[in-house]
Every structure is written in C-alpha cells, then in structure tokens.
Design a protein around this ligand. Structure first.
Ligand code: SAH
Length: 519
C-alpha cells in the first residue's frame, strides 16, 4: 500500500474586489477570501477586504500604481500565481473592480491555462458603474442614451494607430466611460470634440468612487480639463461623458450624506461596535475601527485556587461582568471541578446580562440589584447585612475598587481573586498616533468608560500637554453621562452627548451636530 500523502492540486480564483467600498464584493468573492490560503492583491482592491481572510493565510501585495516602486511586473505576478498553485494552495487573486474589465485578468488566466492550473473567475462591480452610481449618474436612461461604451484612456498619447475608433465612438455611443484617462484628459476631450461630439456635452470625473475619499467634479468637454486641474484630481478616477451627467443634480446621494468624508474612530466593544459602525457608515462616515482590549489569563491564580479549596466557608460569590463568569468557570474546569463544588455561597450578579450568563452554567443568581452598577450591587448586598460575611469576587486583575471597598466598609471580609486581565492592543497604536498627528480624525466615539480608557491607553500621550495637542482638534461623542464623566476625568471635553443613552441616539446626535455646524 502506498501511504504517501497525495497532494491536492492548487487552484487560482481570480476575484473581482469591487470598486472600492469593501461591502461591494460579491458573496462568492467573500466566501473564497474566507477560505483562501494565499491572497495576492492589488492597489485598487480595498485592504479592508483582507479582514475576511483567515489569519493563517499568506498575503502578497502585488502593488501596481501605474507600475510604481514596489510593483511586481505582470510576468512576476503570473509566476507567483503558478508557483503557489503548484504548491497545492488555494490562491485568491484579488483585483479591483471586475477582473476582466481593463484588469489584465485574462492575461493571468491565459498563463494559468498554459501551465495547466485549475481556475475560476468571479466578476466584480466594475468602477465605471460604481463611479456613475455613487456620483448620482445613471449610465443609461431611456430619455438620454441607449448605449454606453467603456474605453481605456491609457493609450500612449503619441500613438498614431489608436485602437479606439474615435470617429465612430465620439457620436456613436451615448454615454462614454473612460478608465485610466486622467493623464490624457486633454487629448481625450479633444479627440471627442474633433470627431463631432458637442463641446457642451456634460462630463463628470469621479475619483476613488464608493470610498470615503470619493471626490467628483463636473464640467463639459470644453471645460473639464481645467475643472480637474483646479480640483487637483489625480488617478484613480473615471471620466463619464454624456447627457446622463445632467441627472446628477437630481440623483446625487453619496457625497450628500451628512457625515460624508468625516473620519470617525470607533473603539470596539462586543456587539455594540457593528451597530455603531453600520449606522455611522450609512450616514456617510468613514469608520476607523480600533480593537478593544483583549483578554488573557490572570498571571496568578493562587488567590482563587486557595478560595476554591475552602469555597464552602464563603457566604457570597459575586460576579460583576460576563467575562468574569466565563474566565471563572474556565478555570474551575481546568481544575477538574464543576458547579457542584460551588454549593456553599449564595451568588450575586451585577445585572440582567450576568444573571443570564450564569444561567448558562446551570446556576441561578440569588441576588440581582435594582441598579446594575457596582454601587448598586454593593447597596443591595449591604441591605442583607454584611458584617462578618465572607465574600469572593473573581474579576479582572484591574477593575474599579468601589464594590470591594463598600463591602469591606460594611464589615465584610472580601477576597478579590483575579481570573483574567485586559491587555491593550499594541498593533495599530502607531497608525492611530500618526492619524492624530496629521489631524485626519474628525471625531472619536465612546460607548463606555472602558472604551475611553482603552483609547487613551492607545494614544499613550506622554503628558497632559501632548494629550491636548493630539486630542483638542478631535470632537468627542459619548453615549451617556458616566462615559462623559470618564472623558472629563481625563481632562477632555465632550462635544456630543444624546438625551437617551442608546447607540442610535448617539448617532442621531452626531448627525445633528454635523448638519448644524459642519466644521
Ligand atoms: N478592473 C478595474 C479597472 C482597472 S483599470 C474595474 O473593473 O474597475 C484602473 C482604472 O480603473 C483606474 O485608472 C480608474 O480609471 C478606474 N478605477 C478603479 N477603481 C476606481 C475607483 N474606486 N474610482 C474611480 N476610478 C476607479
């Protein structure tokens, strides 16, 4: 018998990343990214899409900004894809827009075919339709045009024999969309006019379509070159020529959203963040998501282990967070114990969510305070009489001291036992600092005191002076009064605070603020 492991053949998936907005990729494309072993991606493919890729996957940036400094040549990319596939890898080749529209996708596939490598092509939303749509221009409309042409504007300017039949195109196609045409814009407009298209034909130019950086301008064949120069528009941008551009004044929606072009920080905490990001983005904001503290085991479990061996002596076991419950039971099981060992003490929790979490472990909370705070829990416990009571409080290494202090004051003997610790993320600290330095953040949102602490840990200012220098240009929005207090405690000023303490109300307050004020 042959025990040699047969190697599965590799496969290359040529996937259209869509025009820029990371949510404009197809479901098939996302599915393939989630299963990729290697991703080779371009400069036009939004790096935010790499979020879908497994951590273990190898990422290769193939560059390509007009063939700039760090770019691979097309031949190198082809070789790379073939090599990875021969190693048996599932390779996603991620390309901006649609891979078969001015994307040289076909050339890559031809090489794969020649090398006998299996492949699949996944179309993408091409930037022409996206740019038009996101600039409020329908590329066809019954009353304006019945045809549309996609052309490349990248042909060498001096080239005698053009592949584009300008004489037929100029008046033959209702709408003309030009890819890669910014550099040659004066030549392109000239060719169209010389071949019979009216100089008054409306033209729009859209840069970085569908992203928070989108910038669109409008003119006519006669004026657009000047307009583009004035606005300082550089590639990547598309040129849309035709009467449909007139509809923009009615349909334009994307750049008109109230938070468009605003860069807002969201410090992630559990489920909240996705709702917050969704609502902000819907209003046009660019969300910079920074990860919350992550949790690691406590450094020392001696205090907990000791308490567990004498758990029956305790009167109360307290849980003030869901995380404390998770880590406590994790540790219990590691010690080969289970809930039956907890027979002695009564159990108190801080609120409804912790009570519910406890129920998952088959345990019922004996006490839930009316007010779901540390103080509320302390008050409720003290009302039952704490004199001489033994209390075990498993929790984070660092946490607010108010609960143990109040209980101790009421005569209890409190053992605080660390079961986990919060570790601030280091990775994106430099990026955050840089953005603050260059003042490219408009607003920071805080949905809890820990998001404030977490964010400021990441900012890591050396002095109060530095903190103010970095943070004073940034607006601060908070969800409610406790978070506001925490911000104030750090010496910073709250600009936006909703009446009701919900994410939706906070976003409404932010929208109202920018509608009114706008700076
Ligand atoms: N395959 C891509 C096109 C690649 S050619 C697609 O289907 O969209 C590169 C050109 O596409 C750029 O020079 C620019 O003209 C256009 N382009 C790509 N993404 C763009 C974007 N987000 N906004 C405006 N133009 C874009």
């Amino acid at each position: 018998m042959n025990h040699r492991k047969s190697q599965l053949p590799g496969k290359v998936y040529l996937v259209g990343a869509g025009p820029g907005a990371p949510n404009l990729i197809t479901l098939r494309g996302k599915h393939l990214l989630e299963r990729a072993e290697v991703v080779v991606y371009d400069y036009l493919a939004n790096p935010k899409l790499l979020r879908h890729v497994p951590e273990t996957a190898q990422l290769v940036y193939a560059g390509k900004k007009g063939g700039g400094l760090h770019a691979f040549t097309q031949a190198q990319i082809n070789t790379l894809l073939i090599d990875f596939a021969r190693q048996g890898k599932r390779v996603v080749r991620l390309k901006g827009g649609d891979p078969f529209i001015f994307g040289r996708g076909a050339e890559e596939i031809e090489e794969l075919v020649a090398a006998g490598i299996d492949f699949e092509v996944v179309p993408g939303v091409t930037s022409a339709t996206a740019a038009a749509t996101y600039a409020g221009i329908p590329i066809t409309h019954r009353e304006y045009t019945a045809s549309v042409a996609f052309i490349t504007g990248h042909e060498a300017p001096g080239k005698k024999e053009s592949n584009i039949a300008w004489d037929k195109l100029a008046t033959g196609a209702g709408t003309i969309v030009v890819y890669m045409g910014i550099k040659n814009l004066p030549i392109i407009t000239r060719k169209l006019i010389d071949n019979g298209r009216s100089p008054d034909t409306p033209v729009a130019v859209v840069r970085w379509a569908s992203t928070p950086e989108q910038h669109s301008v409008e003119g006519t064949l006669a004026t657009i070159t000047e307009v583009v120069n004035q606005a300082g528009i550089t590639p990547p941008a598309l040129i849309i020529v035709g009467d449909v551009v007139r509809l923009r004044s009615t349909i334009d929606w994307f750049e008109k959203r109230p938070l468009f072009g605003r860069h807002m920080v969201v410090t992630r905490t559990r489920e909240q963040a996705s709702e917050l990001v969704a609502l902000l983005e819907e209003n046009g904001a660019d969300c910079l998501e920074y990860p919350t503290l992550h949790m690691e085991p406590a450094r020392d479990y001696t205090l907990l282990d000791d308490a567990l061996t004498r758990i029956t002596e305790y009167d109360w076991l307290l849980f003030t967070s869901i995380n404390a419950i998770t880590w406590f039971f994790d540790h219990l099981w590691k010690k080969d114990m289970d809930v039956r060992s907890l027979g002695g003490p009564k159990i108190a929790v801080v609120g409804r969510a912790t009570a519910k979490k406890l129920r998952n472990y088959g345990l019922k909370a004996d006490l839930i305070p009316e007010k779901f705070t540390g103080e509320g829990l302390a008050a409720a416990l003290i009302a039952t009489g704490m004199e001489g009571k033994k209390v075990l409080l498993p929790r984070a290494e660092k946490a607010r001291e108010i609960l143990p202090e109040m209980l101790a004051e009421a005569g209890a003997e409190v053992r605080v036992a660390p079961v986990y610790r919060n570790v601030p993320p280091q990775g994106r600290k430099d990026e955050l600092r840089q953005r603050l330095e260059e003042q490219s953040i408009d607003l920071v949102t805080f949905t809890s005191s820990s998001t404030v602490d977490n964010f400021l840990t990441m900012v890591d200012a050396d002095s109060e002076e530095e903190l103010h220098r970095l943070m004073d240009p940034v607006k601060i929005a908070v969800i409610g009064p406790i978070t506001a207090e925490t911000v104030a405690r750090h010496g910073l000023k709250v600009d936006i605070q909703p009446q009701e303490y919900t994410i939706a109300d906070m976003v409404n307050a932010i929208v109202t603020y920018y509608r009114k004020d706008g700076d």
